[in-house]
Design a protein around this ligand. Structure first.
Ligand SMILES: [Mg+2]
Length: 240
């Protein structure tokens, strides 16, 4: 008999871009270079160039300043999906470890994570370095999150726990066989190849709906009894 891919889970991991927030940070930073940035991304997706080389090229083209990356943190917050903050608080109240694993830029994703109520050590993203004028200098080339298969590699390096992973992209789906459950969040973008690998697919842009796949009935009942989590349960119960 294979291990159940149903709740309860001890650890819940979220992708950031197009999962907790409706934006793609690198596109927002792209500004006037957006078309070129997208072409680089597409070349990597088609296997014409490695993701590693594209990651650096995109950043060198954009060369974001510290201020731009800090502003991106606020843009993530302004575009947070409905229920994001309530869901993170609810899962934490049930004693679950909640983390973000993102190929985005650390400074921005950490700011968003803090707004969601996460400890910064539970936010994993790619660091970038600035010069003395706060101009872009380099990115963390050793980060597994700047290459394909990196999310899987990182999750595998942690202490074993019953883990559910929620995301929208191919690099999220790559974790499928190293976690207890992979959930495709298709509330912003639906990719059929990601949905095909998922244990569950959420098609609504309301993160509170994840309560149904991340929690047992008993956990859901605990949330409903807790006055501080009542708003999460109310959002989860909204009709589609
Ligand atoms: Mg994503």
């Amino acid at each position: 008999m294979t291990e159940s891919r149903q709740p309860p889970f001890d650890r819940i991991v979220f992708d950031c871009d197009s999962t907790l927030s409706s934006i793609e940070g690198i596109d927002v930073l792209g500004g006037e270079h957006r078309a070129e940035i997208e072409a680089l991304t597409n070349a990597a997706m088609a296997g014409e160039v490695s993701l590693d080389s594209v990651y650096g090229k995109r950043l060198e083209r954009i060369a974001p300043s510290r201020l731009q990356v800090a502003t991106l943190g606020r843009t993530y917050v302004e575009n947070a999906l409905p229920g994001a903050r309530e869901l993170v608080a609810g899962l934490a109240s049930l004693g679950k470890e909640v983390r973000i694993v993102s190929g985005g830029l650390h400074l921005a994703v950490v700011a968003f994570g803090q707004w969601l109520g996460l400890q910064s050590l539970h936010v994993h993203a790619v660091k970038i370095y600035f010069d003395e004028h706060s101009h872009y200098r380099a990115f963390e080339k050793t980060s597994p999150l700047a290459r394909s298969g990196g999310k899987r590699e990182l999750v595998q390096s942690w202490e074993t726990k019953r883990t559910a992973f929620v995301g929208d992209g191919i690099t999220d789906a790559e974790v499928r066989d190293v976690v207890s459950s992979f959930i495709c969040f298709a509330g912003v973008v639906k990719r059929d190849e990601v949905a095909a690998q998922a244990d569950a697919v959420i098609e609504e842009p309301n993160l509170a709906k994840l309560v149904d796949v991340l929690c047992t009935d008993a956990e859901r009942a605990r949330l409903a009894r807790d006055p501080r989590q009542r708003n999460l349960v109310r959002l989860a119960d909204l009709p589609a």
